[in-house]
Design a protein around this ligand. Structure first.
Ligand SMILES: Cc1cc2nc3c(=O)[nH]c(=O)nc-3n(C[C@H](O)[C@H](O)[C@H](O)COP(=O)(O)OP(=O)(O)OC[C@H]3O[C@@H](n4cnc5c(N)ncnc54)[C@H](O)[C@@H]3O)c2cc1C
Length: 352
């Protein structure tokens, strides 16, 4: 089999790379190992423009958000997936009066005011632990657990996906491309997430494992909540209507073991016990490793010695927002020599 572009990895990043290649009428084949517990398969799919207790606007939110919203809307329309992507409010419960006053001041900052939906001094929901008020942030939400499988199915209809693991040592590089088994490609784009720690071609990039766990919880007495509730370090995100919610997450740097832990399960359930005045049932518990970078910018670009190889990785905690923007940038670079933003270009990392 021959292809122009071989994409290694079928998470959010590989999906957007394949999407833009197809949009620019290129021939591509995506391979994916098909593991159930990868970052993209357990992520909640939230694009949050404001983070932290100091209400900091995330990196280049004004560039990435409009691009991502437009891209997800268009892709979901193309795949006939209505309601899979939509604006959403993150309702952040505020427990104490002092924190409320701080939020009031912070929310007036010019840079973040447009992203604040409302600030109210009331109990948001009676089913939740008593709180002083809440702040609602304008965010965006993508049901990745529906979108990624639907995109894989779309690729399958085009004979453009294979569920196989690439053993990096079996990839042979030639002047005009690569061969891997009986597949010949002019170019390979690695979107292999945390597996890139074993990828011999991009060992010089400072990728860091960042483990996260999540629960799926059934809340029969909390049906059809359409907002995300954030309290005590947890997010409760609508998952499967009417009453199944995604609950998470935590952040453990340098942990590359994707096994869910009893310790984190207990932390989640202790917090839920305090937060909820209603019964709940845990349906599922998973962990995955985010491909992170300490300075938090992703990696984009061609290999310094082998221009037949490229990488798009390091999405960290923000793959949903960053992947569409930088996938398009990488593809425009490969096809039309458009520049790559210097802050993400892998040219800044020297290969020994
Ligand atoms: C609990 C949790 C919650 C999260 N919530 C959010 C959120 O709300 N919003 C957000 O923006 N981000 C969130 N993230 C982060 C987000 O999941 C990541 O940024 C994103 O998924 C990274 O996508 P990726 O495609 O680069 O990597 P991955 O999702 O890791 O995908 C890589 C793919 O490549 C495949 N692969 C690797 N090596 C090979 C090989 N050699 N051969 C074949 N296939 C291979 C893997 O099997 C995998 O399918 C969350 C992450 C976690 C863990």
């Amino acid at each position: 089999m021959t292809t122009d572009f071989l994409i290694v990895g079928g998470g959010i990043t590989g999906m957007w790379v394949a999407h833009y290649l197809i949009q620019y009428q290129q021939n591509c084949l995506l391979i994916d190992e098909g593991l159930p517990n990868t970052a993209s398969r357990i992520a909640s799919g939230v694009m949050n423009p404001i983070t932290g207790k100091y209400l900091i606007k995330t990196w280049r939110a004004d560039d990435f958000f409009p691009h991502a919203q437009q891209a997800y809307t268009q892709l979901c329309q193309q795949l006939s997936l209505p309601h899979t992507t939509r604006p959403i409010n993150i309702v952040w419960l505020i427990k104490q009066q002092q924190q409320w006053q701080e939020m009031q001041q912070l929310s007036q900052k010019e840079t973040i005011a447009p992203w604040i939906h409302q600030l109210q001094q009331n109990n948001y929901l009676p089913q939740l632990q008593q709180h002083y008020g809440h702040i609602a942030i304008n965010a965006y939400f993508i049901e990745l657990h529906k979108l990624i499988p639907a995109f894989h199915q779309y690729l399958a209809q085009k004979n453009a996906i294979l569920y196989q693991k690439m053993n990096y040592q079996d990839c042979q590089i030639h002047t005009n491309g690569i061969t891997w088994g009986d597949i010949k490609a002019k170019h390979v784009i690695f979107c292999d997430g945390i597996a890139a720690l074993q990828n011999p071609y991009f060992q010089h990039l400072p990728l860091v494992p960042l483990k996260g766990e999540r629960l799926l919880v059934q809340l029969p007495d909390l049906p059809n909540i359409t907002n995300i509730i954030k309290a005590s370090g947890l997010s409760i995100v609508p998952h499967t209507t009417p009453d199944i919610y995604w609950v998470g997450s935590n952040y453990q740097h340098w942990n590359n073991n994707p096994t869910p832990t009893t310790e984190q399960y207990q932390k989640f359930t202790q917090t839920l016990d305090q937060l909820l005045h209603i019964p709940y049932q845990v349906l599922d518990h998973q962990a995955a490793i985010r491909p992170a970078v300490l300075h938090r910018y992703p990696f984009v670009g061609k290999h310094p010695q082998y221009p037949q190889l490229s990488v798009l990785n390091g999405m960290g905690t923000k793959g949903t927002t960053l992947a569409p923007f930088f996938a398009q940038q990488l593809i425009q670079h490969l096809l039309y020599q458009h520049p790559i933003d210097p802050e993400v270009s892998i040219d800044q990392y020297k290969k020994n």
